[in-house]
Design a protein. Structure first.
Length: 395
């Protein structure tokens, strides 16, 4: 009798309890939102680069094989474009120069009319202003990468299951918009691969038409298939609700959103009365919940095999929330450490507690269950048998 064979990800002990599965999408989004809040609280380039490293480590460890899972590198390219654009604007529209600044070069100054006073085009470009613009662009690019990490790790189609019934149609539109870029990237890669297999030309300019036309045809075909699928499932139907109920629902949602906007403005602006802060925000949230509850009655949805919320989901969500809380409280470290200045020019410090808060966000790379990936491998053949490849779900 031959010994029992084991496959990767299906062993005994800890591996047997860590079956490959998709994590709840809300857990990944809570983790990403927590990192966005943490990044928004700092302009320290060391902390921002540490956040990018954590994002890359988690995405590389826990992304699956879906088309949207390969989109994180394009968000990195978008972050690089944001940094370059921020540097370009600071170079063309420089700020004032102090005697202690280090001037890199000078651009020809363009005179501006009197009604355009206060904006300077051209002039001296300093090292301090260049570093400050780079950090500003790096912070915005890191926020975009947080969103890209959530898009690469969370299944946008599964996220529709947790939305309230009143927001199902809006969630479907958001899911289609989120998956548009990965699908276009997949189409471009597939067409380019087919051209190489047919012996097509290299990366010449005239080859652009032979790539764009099939990609557009593929996008049109996907749009028609999506429209047919949505129509067959009754997407956009009004249900059994009366026009009066729909008007009441719309009015409640509009009033709730106005209350949320006014409450957020009251919390951010210290000059407005306090009554426009938390009380209006809570009232707007209550009105929105009432509108969602009333609107959800006219949408009847069934759920097949709902996504579970277990220990790994709690761990991933709490790691992102912990990073946000530790950087938002501003206790245990100096505010100048997370918001360093380049005037005068000096190397920024690396505060210990904010760095630990960012590193906490890397725990999901180990705490989350292994992703579902399809991989072909060859088993060890017995004597006198031919090896046969088979497809396994492995970590």
């Amino acid at each position: 009798m031959s010994a029992p064979q084991t496959t990767p990800g299906r062993g005994t002990g800890l591996d047997a309890r860590r079956v490959p599965r998709e994590l709840h999408p809300v857990a990944w989004w809570l983790w990403a939102i927590g990192l966005i809040v943490a990044v928004n609280r700092t302009t320290n380039p060391l902390l921002l680069l540490l956040t990018l490293s954590v994002l890359g480590f988690v995405v590389a460890s826990r992304r699956g094989s879906a088309p949207w899972a390969r989109a994180f590198r394009y968000y990195l390219m978008l972050a690089g474009f944001v940094i370059v654009l921020r540097l370009l604007f600071r170079t063309v529209f420089p700020s004032g120069v102090t005697p202690t600044d280090h001037i890199l070069f000078r651009l020809p100054r363009i005179p501006t009319p009197s009604w355009y006073r206060g904006v300077q085009i051209g002039g001296p470009v300093t090292l301090e202003a260049t570093l400050s613009a780079s950090v500003d662009g790096l912070r915005l690019g890191t926020m975009l990468c947080c969103i890209g990490a959530a898009n690469a790790l969370a299944n946008p189609k599964r996220a529709l299951r947790v939305l309230p019934g009143a927001l199902y149609e809006l969630g479907m539109a958001v899911a289609v918009a989120v998956t548009l870029a990965p699908q276009l990237i997949e189409s471009v890669q597939r067409v380019a691969r087919a051209r190489r297999l047919r012996g097509g030309a290299g990366r010449r300019v005239h080859a652009l038409r032979s790539i764009v036309v099939p990609v557009l045809a593929d996008a049109l075909e996907r749009a028609l298939m999506l429209a047919a699928a949505m129509d067959s499932r009754g997407y956009g139907r009004s249900g059994d609700a009366s026009p009066r109920a729909r008007r009441v629902t719309g009015g409640l949602m509009l009033a709730g959103l106005i209350g949320l906007c006014l409450g957020a403005y009251g919390l951010l602006d210290a000059t407005v009365p306090r009554v426009l802060g938390a009380p209006v925000l809570l009232a707007g949230a209550a009105v929105c919940c009432a509108g969602l509850a009333l609107g959800g009655r006219r949408v009847r949805r069934t759920r097949y095999r709902p996504d579970p919320w277990r220990g790994p989901e709690w761990t991933v969500a709490l790691c992102g929330i912990a990073s946000a809380v530790l950087l938002y409280v501003s206790a245990g470290y100096s505010a100048a450490a997370v918001d360093p200045t380049f005037y005068p020019l000096r190397f920024p410090p690396l505060p210990a507690l904010p760095a630990i808060a960012i590193l906490i966000a890397a725990i999901p790379a180990l705490a989350a269950p292994p992703p579902i990936r399809s991989r072909r491998h060859t088993t060890a053949p017995d004597a006198g048998t031919e090896p046969s490849p088979r497809t396994e779900l492995v970590a």
